[in-house]
Design a protein around this ligand. Sequence first.
Ligand code: SF4
Length: 291
Amino acid sequence: MKITIAHSTGFCSGVQRAIKGAKRALENQVGIYCLGEIIHNPRVIESLKKQGLVVVDDIESVPKGASFIIRSHGLPKNLIEKAALKGLEVLDFTCPKVKKIHTLVTRLSKEGYFILVAGNPKHPEVKAILSLVERKTRSAGDAIVVQRPEDLSIPDRCEKLALVVQTTFDPARFLDIVLETVAVSRTTLVHNTLCEETLKRQREALELAGRVDYMVVVGGKNSSNTRTLFELVRRKVPAVHIEACDELDEQLFRGVERVGIISGASTPEGEVREVYRKLESFEVARRGYSC
Ligand code: SF4
């Protein structure tokens, strides 16, 4: 069995920056708080917890004056304000690519654009983007999240529309949403805010999927970019999405000659190598000899 690892695996630059920053901070101080998991990878989270990271699901649980991490996805404006009120020392690891969307949406909203965000409404990045939209009324009405083209509903007499997209959204679905939007409004500003690194990874995944019989996608089950990778490759070849090598079932690889491995942006290189070694061990067992 020939096993090929895609070129772009391991952490993306935004995750790398957040993890490095958190580790550096934890060298000098234990008890640094993070609202939600800093990245979608259970093993990395466990290791950071051992070093003193405290993951909470509510900002009220963070003690006054404590150090507080903002993840690469960013944080909604009201929570940043709460952190300031509590006197938290904020370590802001919002990915620069996400920050660019924040700046863009803040400006467009001030200029009176109705904002469309192509993305998953439950994703923290999307929640943070939406929080920057100027509210002209108390009701939500100045922005909507569009996950599928059929979700698109534009208020009457809305003259200025601007569309941005969650950095890790499925590009094909984004294109469908763009087409739907321009069909209903000729005056839409479309900003392609998809992450270049994610697109590169997706291109490589598709290219690799085209020359293997089976793909293994490694990454957190709750990681948006990993799920998108899995959805893309399985349209081409049979594929499995795993978080760690112990989930690999040898039966799946019976008769498989060529396997490709790709990882999500929050998967460490080490976990990819473990998957490689496990697949290699299947091959050794298949041939009936050991190293
Ligand atoms: S996937 Fe892209 S936008 Fe998201 S954290 Fe990584 S580099 Fe930043």
